[in-house]
Structures are given as structure tokens and as C-alpha cells.
Write a protein that binds this ligand. Structure first.
Ligand code: OGA
Ligand code: MN
Length: 222
């Protein structure tokens, strides 16, 4: 009974990536982005967005009430070490209640160019407290230029590392209730990952990683 998961798995093309060296950190205006150089933060800054408090606590509750029943039917996966994700369960959803649909329409309006055809189902990824997402690039065959995700239940750190140049990186602080958007170069030429709790440090400050649910919208390749 896992055809849907098979589709979701194909979204991620694992990219080998290691030896991330911490170097100079420079802060973008928002304080939510640091990176290996000021130039990179500035250049890639326009391709990366983090909008804090994009949803309210009440909207988070509404989303969770709609998502939890289908997530609870699944077990967290810890065993597939070659997967891009460790300690997770996931599902996708095509039709939503009115209140959730309204939140998602807000995401679609701010994240995607008008008229851009979207991947129908919204992807829901539930990371256990010990779960994390390894560096990968979403499949260019199945998803287009833009990835937008809401973060529920926990703050986290998303790390972008340039493919073939590990010394070029950005860390994004993704606060609970925020929306992040990755576009173009940030989506195609950089791997992204969600750090595990032990490594979850932003600008020298520990960011506790609890259970985290993300609600991710993508567009279709053009
Ligand atoms: C993915 C992914 C990020 C997130 O599922 O491909 O990168 O915010 N998820 O959960
Ligand atoms: Mn991804």
C-alpha cells in the first residue's frame, strides 16, 4: 500500500554532499539567513525567502487537526539509511477543508508566479524529533522552479550547499509558523537539508529541533 510514497520519494534526488566547513557568517537583513560570504547571502538572498508568522497558532491547529488522522495511520520510517530522509512519515493531500484551503491559497499567491501550474497534491512531511532530511535536490523531472513550505510545531534550520562547491552555503532559520520559499538557483544548484537536533545551531545559538511537520507546495516543471 505505498504507491503514493513512491511518488513522493521520486521528488528527491539525493545529492552526495559532505565536509561542510563552517566559515565566515554574514547576516542578511532579516537575521534569518547566514552564509559562507556576504556576497552569497546577497546574491542568493533574492532566491530564498523566509516569512515569519505566516500562519497563526490557530491556523496551525486547523492544519494539524486535518493532517494528524492520516499521519497517525503511518509509522515513522527509521530504517532506510539510503533515503534522503531519516525518521519521518509522509502523506499528500489534494482536497482540503475551507480553512486550510484559505491558508494554502495564501501560500500559492505569495510563492508562485501567476498562472504557474502547480503540483496538485500538497506534500506533508512529519519529522520525528530525531528525524532529519539529508542534502538533496528535488527531482527536476517532477517539480518546477519553486518550492514553498510551512513549518509547524518546531523551529528548524535549513542548510543550502552549492553542488560541487561545499564551501558555498547558506543556513536559513525556519521558525515555527514561518513560510520558506526556494526559487531557481537556490532550488536547482544548491542541495537543501533540515538539520538534526544535535546539529541545529544557528549563528552560534542552539535551535531545539522538536517534532516538525512541513506542508510543502511545488509547481510543475515547465
Ligand atoms: C522534501 C524536503 C523540506 C521540508 O521533502 O523534499 O526537502 O521543509 N522537505 O520538510
Ligand atoms: Mn526537498
Amino acid at each position: 500500500m505505498r504507491p503514493r510514497l513512491a511518488v513522493l520519494t521520486r521528488i528527491r534526488r539525493a545529492a552526495l554532499c559532505c565536509g561542510h566547513t563552517r566559515r565566515l557568517s554574514s547576516c542578511a537583513g532579516s537575521g534569518l539567513v547566514v552564509g559562507s560570504s556576504r556576497e552569497l547571502v546577497q546574491r542568493l538572498g533574492s532566491k530564498v525567502e523566509v516569512r515569519t508568522a505566516f500562519i497563526s497558532e490557530e491556523e496551525e491547529g486547523t492544519l494539524l487537526r486535518e493532517l494528524e488522522p492520516s499521519l497517525k495511520k503511518k509509522r515513522y520510517e527509521f530504517d532506510h539509511w539510503d533515503d534522503a530522509i531519516h525518521g519521518y512519515r509522509e502523506t499528500e493531500r489534494l482536497s482540503w477543508g475551507a480553512a486550510c484551503e484559505e491558508v494554502l491559497n495564501r501560500v500559492r499567491t505569495v510563492a508562485f508566479p501567476e498562472g504557474s501550474p502547480l503540483l496538485g497534491p500538497v506534500h506533508i512531511l512529519d519529522l520525528d524529533k530525531t528525524g532529519y532530511i539529508k542534502p538533496h535536490i528535488d527531482s527536476v523531472k517532477f517539480c518546477g522552479s519553486t518550492i514553498a513550505g510551512l513549518s509547524l510545531l518546531s523551529d528548524s534550520i535549513m542548510r543550502l550547499v552549492k553542488e560541487g562547491a561545499n564551501d558555498e552555503w547558506l543556513d536559513l532559520l525556519l521558525p515555527r509558523h514561518s513560510l520558506y520559499i526556494l526559487r531557481d538557483e537556490a532550488r536547482y544548484n544548491f542541495t537543501h537539508e533540515i538539520l538534526k537536533d544535535e546539529e541545529s545551531v544557528f549563528n552560534g545559538k542552539k535551535v531545539p529541533r522538536l517534532r516538525r511537520i512541513s506542508v510543502i507546495c511545488r509547481n510543475l516543471p515547465s
